[in-house]
Design a protein around this ligand. Structure first.
Ligand code: DAT
Ligand code: MG
Length: 178
């Protein structure tokens, strides 16, 4: 149905890199409709809930640290197959596997662990950008998107109060959806 919804997050790297307009317009231009959005700095506790299914992964702590390292934009997008379309717009988890034309395939690169680069380089970067060496998280992949209709419902409940979801009709609705 055209009111399927998905949770999308512009991650701290996306906001820091001034990619918010680019990311929002990709969802907008595909035809999905924005029904909620907010700029927030989420707490580690909140992010642990968000990524609870990954709690046993070795990168879990680093992922939570990275995601709480700066402000993010949480959004809800609506439309036919919004979850699957959202995942297609975003691309594969590892930016190296993401196809050109996807957000991750166009806008980011796998960022290796800090130890992998030459020490002098990381010292330089560390002085310039306090986030660069903050975590060991392998992926700075710009966006999050729900991976199923079920998890989308759960995630939207976690990030938004019902009153924050705005009902409105876009003027081009009938030009995009059957
Ligand atoms: P996705 O964000 O594509 O849904 P996911 O839910 O499996 O991927 O993982 C959530 C995030 O965790 C992902 O965007 C980046 C990070 N991550 C996933 N796999 C990782 C790994 N092997 N090493 C480091 N970080 C990883
Ligand atoms: Mg996921």
């Amino acid at each position: 149905s055209w009111f399927e919804r998905t949770l999308v997050i512009l991650k701290p790297d996306g906001l820091q890199r001034a990619l918010s307009g680019e990311v929002l317009s990709r969802f907008e231009q595909r035809g999905l409709q924005l029904v909620a959005a907010k700029l927030i700095r989420p707490s580690a506790a909140h992010l642990k809930q968000h990524y609870w299914e990954l709690r046993d992964k070795p990168f879990f702590t680093n992922l939570v640290t990275f995601m709480s390292s700066g402000p993010i934009i949480a959004m809800v997008w609506q439309g036919t197959d919004a979850v699957a379309i959202g995942r297609a717009i975003i691309g594969a988890t590892d930016p190296m596997d993401a196809l050109p034309g996807t957000i991750r395939g166009d806008l980011c690169i796998t960022v290796g662990r800090c130890e992998e680069g030459p020490k002098e380089y990381w010292e330089l970067i560390g002085k310039r950008n306090k986030f660069s060496c903050l975590t060991n998280s392998r992926f700075r992949n710009v966006v999050h998107g729900s991976d199923s209709v079920e998890s989308a419902k759960h995630e939207i409940d976690l990030w938004f109060k019902p009153a924050e979801l705005v009902m409105w009709e876009r003027c081009c609705h009938d030009w995009v959806f059957e």
